[in-house]
Design a protein around this ligand. Structure first.
Ligand SMILES: C[S@@+](CC[C@H](N)C(=O)[O-])C[C@H]1O[C@@H](n2cnc3c(N)ncnc32)[C@H](O)[C@@H]1O
Length: 202
């Protein structure tokens, strides 16, 4: 298998890192949902050496993530474990003997169905330590409107391939997050009509 590559990850990794450096400054154990190629984990793990970064994804992506990890030689980025949002989350404490105190995900909430978005937040409620930080990167709509023509086109493309996917309304995400004990701390404007939402667990 060739090493998987995402140009989007190359483009967005530095702007995201600039925020993670601040938000995760006192975090210890980050859980990433939907690690994809593994590029983000390797880059962020390199520049956030105080963190243990646990990669996860569907099993089909593990081989690609492992190729990136094999080439990076980073002690703090952990091999992928299977975390399918359809299922109960695996026991995460056995990997580090401490609860996860930070969570990161990029470009996932518009890929999965709304029932899975609900499960995503339920999983955070059940697995993230109190005062933990959550960073969610991706495109969002505001007051039911796309923030750009390119996001509108992207949404049409998503729905043509899976009608349950699509760009989420920020208001729905905040309401759902609040119902699972998360409070919005920041909503950062990011390049290419994306956002980075930061939540804190009560
Ligand atoms: C668009 S990719 C984003 C990957 C990576 N985070 C990035 O920014 O490039 C969406 C990711 O969500 C993952 N995913 C899809 N369905 C999932 C599920 N049911 N549970 C967990 N992850 C899922 C995919 O395997 C994929 O890695």
């Amino acid at each position: 298998m060739n090493r998987p590559f995402s140009q989007a990850c190359e483009n967005n990794k530095q702007p995201i890192l600039n925020i993670l450096i601040k938000v995760f400054s006192s975090s210890e154990h980050v859980l990433e949902i939907g690690s994809g190629t593994g590029q983000h984990a390797v880059f962020f793990g390199q520049y956030l050496p105080h963190l243990t970064w646990q990669t996860t994804d569907l099993a089909i992506n593990h081989q690609g993530i492992n190729i990136w990890l094999n080439e990076s030689i980073l002690a703090n980025v952990q091999r992928p474990i299977e975390l399918d949002l359809n299922d109960t989350w695996p026991d995460l404490t056995h990997t580090n003997n401490k609860p996860v105190d930070a969570l990161y995900t990029a470009n996932t909430l518009h890929i999965i169905s709304w029932p899975l978005v609900i499960k995503f937040f339920e999983g955070i409620k059940n697995n993230l330590a109190s005062q933990g930080s959550v960073c969610i990167y991706g495109p969002f709509n505001y007051q039911g409107k796309f923030t750009s023509e390119s996001n509108a086109n992207f949404d049409s493309w998503l729905k043509a391939r899976d009608e349950q996917s699509g760009i989420r309304d920020i208001e729905d995400i905040i309401t759902l997050a609040n119902s699972t004990g998360l409070v919005l701390a920041d909503d950062h404007v990011m390049p290419a009509n994306n956002r980075l939402l930061v939540f804190t667990k009560k």
